[in-house]
Design a binder for this molecule. Sequence first.
Ligand code: P6P
Length: 333
Amino acid sequence: MNKLITIERHFVEEQKRSPHATGELTDLLYDVAFAAKLVRREVVRAGLVDILGMAGTTNVQGEEVKKLDLFANEKIISAIGQHGRFAIMGSEENEGTIVPPKNESGKYVLLFDPLDGSSNIDVNVSVGTIFSIYRLTGDNPQKADINDCLQKGLQQVAAGYVIYGSSVVMVYSSGHGVHGFTYDPTIGEFLLSHENITTPKRGKYYSINEGSWQQLHDPTINYINYLKEEDEETGRPYSTRYIGSLVADFHRNLLTGGVFVYPATKKHPNGKLRLMYEANPLAFICEQAGGRATDGKERILDINPTELHQRTPLYIGSENDVRIAEEFEQGKR
Ligand code: P6P
């Protein structure tokens, strides 16, 4: 019988790898896992209670916000902020930074997308929470400000996501590999189900919104056409898989191999996805699993952020596939 390892037990074991660890990061990850359980409880019953539908407001991206987005956002801020372990937070749903309700000793920064892909909630398609943890740049939590949030992705100390799908899985890395935990509602625990996830060097799926074909620039068109060509030696044509929920598309490609592409388009000249809330945490996970993530020219984790909600083109997944995509984007193919 497989050992039943809860995510909390795993956090503690991971902490033992760092002899100087104070346990504070472990506590933060506890809080994130707890918040994920609260969000899961509502997401899985969304069809049963009047929590669906437009909340009538729009978020900073100008997108309609559904009630579940608001709920997830509020739960994460309150469930995590109450322990005073984070000095400052940023949410994809909030324009500015958030100083947690209780900010005493926190030396960490939390950035999160509370419920990505929320336009899929009403049709029971997987959605996800994405999170990213950095250390404060200074040593005084009271002086934490937006500059503590605008750090390069390679400064992350931990990152992960929760996918609310046919099962609820939390995937995280604190720099020692990528590990997945499946929620068991009978005991209310996330149990280790995917230890040391490594992503195949080359996949068989590509994920892009083909409906944007007229919006694409030539290098991207050339790349997608390359993937559609018949070539047995390189496993082409690839199959297209596009759910329209980043966490779901990323998670499938992480496990099976493949490449997700949301490029710069005529409509989104800097891409649509957010650097700090989506690209950086997933790039951290992807690289820890042996994959690659770039904006077509630069490694995502090396991008120097200038704005909290800045967008970036994103090519992420199997290393060889992303490298080929880069060659097309850079005109080398
Ligand atoms: P499009 C969902 O709104 C989201 O932010 C991601 O989860 C998803 O990958 C992307 O946008 C889908 O965008 O333009 O293809 O509908």
